[in-house]
Design a protein around this ligand. Structure first.
Ligand code: AHG
Ligand code: MN
Ligand code: MN
Length: 349
């Protein structure tokens, strides 16, 4: 896909060799949105700013006395880390201060937040996992933020309602993540390809570093928490057994335990991430609105696939804000391999 800058087209190599900032890119690609909106441009810019603030705090966490548990629990009865709380507050503060957002659903908040006058103004609804992989904070392993943006459903001028927050994944207008890793990256899609930006800490800017990201068609990495396998569906067991048997084909098992990080690696190297339903948690662990759907939207835009136990996850109608789902995402060949395991198990059962 060509990149337009100041009215000129450039190819992928040219784009990487220029210092295109996130802000410039957002402005220059604004015309790609199915509807041109200054509000969406501003909202994306705000996310970039919040990302830099959280990144700064993540980088100095060991020094600043903000490692460890905060002493509180979130709505899922999981103990919150201090950085979970900091990241949540930062995104809330910045997103509610802009004029574009009508409401926010956060993994860390029991109920959705309405901005301004009951969410009457602002065209967009944001869903966010402010800090993903928080069990990895204390051990200096990469963590992330996952976000997605929807257009409001209720007419402007009316208060937002549940239906604004319970939209199917195909309705996303933007999905993205920030990875606080060996370098900090912001990756996002507006439904027209996936682009990645790397933060230059000296300059304090995100620069386009990974234009037009695509999943290698033929993945070689499989990522699953091995301890879940005994309690996972037969199809998952069969698929993983197949991965283990392919001696000589170079398949690798890699599991970091931060979804953003596992996903990002698989996007670049080619692979599949699996978080199955288990006998104890038939609904899975990951959250549909904050984790699965944004990454599913990115995956499809990058030429990959994303599913739950029954098929394409993006068309699933959510019934509540914090709904969980089994999640399988990655390169086409590996998701298709998993599909054939589901089909063969259906035939034998
Ligand atoms: P969060 O930190 O937002 O609660 O998400 C944690 C998620 C995800 O990042 C990761 O892939 C998964 O939990 C790991 O779960 P297990 O420890 O059960 O493997
Ligand atoms: Mn998470
Ligand atoms: Mn989280």
């Amino acid at each position: 896909m060509p990149y337009i800058r100041f009215g000129f087209e450039m190819n992928k190599t040219e784009a990487m060799s220029k210092a295109i900032t996130l802000q410039e890119f957002i402005m220059d690609t604004q015309a790609e949105f199915p509807f041109v909106s200054g509000q969406l441009t501003r909202l994306l810019t705000d996310i970039g700013v919040a990302a830099k603030i959280v990144n700064h705090q993540v980088n100095r966490a060991g020094l600043a006395g903000i490692l460890g548990e905060s002493g509180s629990q979130n709505t899922h009865n999981e103990s919150q880390q201090k950085l979970d709380v900091f990241a949540d507050r930062t995104f809330m503060r910045i997103l509610t201060a802009g004029k574009s957002v009508a409401g926010i659903g956060s993994e860390e908040q029991e109920n959705y937040i309405l901005c301004g006058d009951q969410g009457r103004s602002g065209k967009y609804v944001v869903m966010i996992d402010p800090l993903d992989g928080s069990s990895n904070i204390d051990v200096n392993v990469s963590i992330g933020t996952i976000f997605s943006i929807y257009r409001r459903v209720t007419p402007l001028g009316e208060p937002l309602s549940d239906q604004d927050f319970l939209q199917v994944g195909t309705e996303q207008v933007v999905a993205g993540y920030i990875l606080y890793g060996s370098s900090t990256m912001l990756v996002y899609t507006t439904g027209s390809g996936v682009n990645g930006f790397t933060l230059d800490p000296a300059v304090g800017e995100f620069f386009l570093s990974h234009p037009d990201m695509t999943f290698p068609e033929s993945g070689t990495v499989y990522s699953i928490n091995d301890a879940l396998l005994d309690a996972a569906p037969q199809a998952i067991k069969q698929f993983i057994a197949g991965c283990r048997e392919t001696k000589g084909l170079g398949l690798k098992g890699r599991y970091i335990g931060s979804l953003v990080t596992d996903f990002h690696r698989n996007l670049i190297k080619g692979g599949i991430y699996l978080y199955p339903s288990t006998t104890r948690h038939p609904e899975g662990k990951l959250r549909l609105m904050y984790e699965c759907n944004p990454l599913a939207f990115i995956a499809l835009q990058a030429g990959g696939l994303a599913e739950d136990n029954t098929g394409e996850i993006l068309t699933r109608q959510p019934s509540h804000l914090h709904e969980r789902s089994p999640f399988y995402v990655g390169s086409v060949n590996m998701i298709q391999g998993l599909r054939s395991c589901w089909i063969s198990k259906e035939k034998t059962s």
